[in-house]
Design a protein around this ligand. Structure first.
Ligand code: HEM
Length: 438
C-alpha cells in the first residue's frame, strides 16, 4: 500500500488497521508512514521481552517523545534516554513506590467521594468529563501537593488549556513549533505556560522553606538526591510534576471511562463487585481492572523505541534508524494468549496474574509507567466507591473508541445511566478499610 494510505489507516483506525496487518502478515510487520522511518510492530511475547530488556544505549524511546517538550520541559523523564534517563528515573522511583502511594489513599478517597456525590442518577450522563475532572484534582492534590486555595483554583483553571494544546497535530510538529513561536495558538499556549510556571516555581520555593512532613509526590522530589548528592533543581521538579500530569491525567480518566463502559454491559460483573465490596474483598476488583486494561489499553502501543545500534530480535536484525513498536493492543487480543479475546471476562485474571510480556497497558522494562501503582490505586478507589453506590446501564449501542493524541478514549464519552443501589448506606462516620496500593 502507498505510504499515504498506510498513514490514513494508522491515523484514522489504529486498532482495526493494525489488526488487519497482523492477520495478513503475522506477528511482526512493518508500516511505512509518510515522512517517518519504518515502524516495525512486534506482537510475539518473546520479541516484546527482547524489546523491553534491550540495553539503554541500543533503543531510545525518549527521542520519539520530543514533540512533548514545549509542555513537559527538557528535563522530563519521558524525553530522556540512556544514562541520563536512568538517573532521572531513579530519582523519581521512590516517590511513586507502592508503599508511598498507600499514604495517599485517604486523600484520594475523599476526593473520589466528593466527585461521586455530584453524579446524577436515573438520567444519561457522560462520565468521561467527570472522570477527567477527578483525575486532574487527584494529581493536583496528591502529586503537586496543592492545598485548597487560590493557587489550586488558578492551576485547575489554566492547566487543561496547556494540555489540550497537544490536540492539534500541527502544534505538535517541532518545525511548526519553531515557526509559530509567540504567535496565534502557540503564543497563547506560551503565555498560559508562563503563568502556570510562575505558580509552580512559587510553590516549589515555598515548599523548600517549609519543614512540615507531607505525603505528596512533590515532598519526595524535594527530598530526592542525585548521585553526587545534589538536590533536584526547581526546573527539574517543575518538569517532572508536569510530566506526571501529562502522563497520568488523561490516561487514568480514559481507563476509568472504559471501565464504566464495560461494566454498563456486564450486570453480572457489577453484582460480583458490589458483593465483594460489601465483604471488604478486592480480588475481583483487581481482576476487573486488569481485564479493562487488557481490553482497552489507552495507549495501544507503549512509547516507540528508536533503534540507535543494530539489534537482533526474534531472528530479524533491525538497523539504526528503524522504530520498534510493542503492539500491546495486538498482544492483548491474541486468541492464543487470551481465548475469546473480545469478551470482557475479569475471571481470566482470577486464576492467573497478568503476565509481564502479555499484559502491557503500562509498557515494560526500564520505561514501564512510573505511575502504575498510583493509577491502579486510583482506579480501585473509584470503582469500588461507584460499585457500592450505583448500578450502571448502557444508553445505546457501543460507540467504540476515539483517538486523542496518542491515547484512545471512549467514543461516546462513557455515556451511561446510573441508578442508586438500594443497599448503599451513606455512613461517612464508619471507618473505611484501606485498599492496599500494589
Ligand atoms: C491508567 C493510567 C495510565 C496508563 C495506562 C499509563 C501508561 C503508560 C505507558 C504505556 C507508558 C510508556 C511505557 C513504555 O514505553 O514502556 C507510561 C510511561 C509513564 N507514565 Fe504512565 N500511565 C498511566 C498513569 C500514569 C500516572 C498516574 C502517572 C504519574 C502520576 C504516570 C507517569 C508516567 C511516567 C513518568 C512515564 C515515563 C516513564 C519513563 O519514561 O521512564 N502514568 N505510562
Amino acid at each position: 500500500m502507498p505510504a499515504a494510505l498506510q498513514t490514513i489507516g494508522w491515523w484514522t483506525r489504529p486498532l482495526a488497521y493494525t489488526e488487519r496487518l497482523r492477520a495478513r502478515y503475522g506477528p511482526r510487520f512493518t508500516m511505512r508512514l509518510a515522512g517517518q522511518p519504518p515502524f516495525v510492530v512486534l506482537t510475539d511475547p518473546a520479541d516484546l521481552r527482547a524489546l523491553f530488556t534491550a540495553p539503554p544505549d541500543v533503543l531510545h524511546p525518549g527521542e520519539g517523545a520530543r514533540l512533548l517538550e514545549p509542555i513537559v520541559g527538557p528535563n522530563s523523564v519521558i524525553l530522556l534516554d540512556g544514562a541520563t534517563h536512568l538517573e532521572q528515573r531513579k530519582l523519581m522511583l521512590p516517590a511513586f513506590h507502592g508503599d508511598r502511594m498507600q499514604r495517599l489513599t485517604g486523600l484520594m478517597q475523599q476526593l473520589t467521594e466528593r466527585e461521586l456525590d455530584g453524579w446524577p442518577v436515573d438520567a444519561p450522563v457522560e462520565l468521561h468529563p467527570r472522570l477527567q475532572r477527578l483525575t486532574l484534582e487527584i494529581i493536583l492534590r496528591a502529586v503537586f501537593g496543592l492545598d485548597e486555595g487560590e493557587r489550586l483554583d488558578l492551576l485547575r483553571d489554566r492547566l487543561p488549556a496547556i494540555l489540550s494544546f497537544g490536540d492539534s497535530p500541527i502544534s505538535l510538529l517541532p518545525q511548526a513549533q519553531r515557526l509559530l513561536r509567540g504567535r496565534g495558538t502557540f503564543g497563547r499556549f506560551e503565555r498560559a505556560r508562563a503563568e502556570v510556571d510562575r505558580e509552580l516555581f512559587a510553590l516549589i520555593e515555598e515548599r523548600r522553606r517549609e519543614d512540615a512532613e507531607r505525603d505528596d509526590v512533590l515532598a519526595m522530589l524535594l527530598a530526592a538526591r542525585h548521585s553526587d548528592g545534589s538536590p533536584m533543581t526547581d526546573e527539574e521538579i517543575r518538569d517532572e510534576l508536569v510530566t506526571a500530569l501529562v502522563a497520568g491525567h488523561e490516561t487514568t480518566a480514559s481507563s476509568l471511562g472504559f471501565a464504566f463502559e464495560q461494566l454498563a454491559r456486564s450486570p453480572e460483573v457489577q453484582e460480583r463487585l458490589a458483593a465483594e465490596a460489601a465483604e471488604d474483598g478486592d480480588d475481583y476488583l483487581d481482576a476487573t481492572i486488569n481485564e479493562v486494561m487488557r481490553r482497552r489499553p489507552v495507549l495501544p502501543n507503549p512509547e516507540p523505541r528508536l533503534v540507535k545500534q543494530e539489534v537482533t530480535i526474534g531472528g530479524w536484525t533491525y538497523p539504526a534508524g528503524v522504530v520498534l513498536i510493542g503492539g500491546a493492543y495486538l498482544v492483548h487480543h491474541d486468541p492464543q494468549i487470551y481465548p475469546d479475546p473480545y469478551a470482557f471476562r475479569p475471571e481470566r485474571f482470577l486464576a492467573s496474574k497478568p503476565g509481564t510480556y502479555t499484559w502491557l497497558p503500562f509498557g515494560g522494562g526500564r520505561r514501564r509507567c512510573l505511575g502504575a501503582s498510583f493509577a491502579l490505586l486510583e482506579m480501585r478507589l473509584v470503582l469500588r466507591a461507584a460499585s457500592q453506590r450505583f448500578t450502571v446501564a448502557a444508553t445505546g449501542p457501543r460507540q467504540g473508541t476515539r483517538r486523542r493524541m496518542i491515547t484512545i478514549t471512549p467514543g461516546d464519552g462513557a455515556r451511561v445511566v446510573l441508578s442508586r443501589r438500594t443497599t448503599f448506606q451513606e455512613d461517612r462516620t464508619a471507618p473505611t478499610r484501606q485498599l492496599v496500593a500494589r
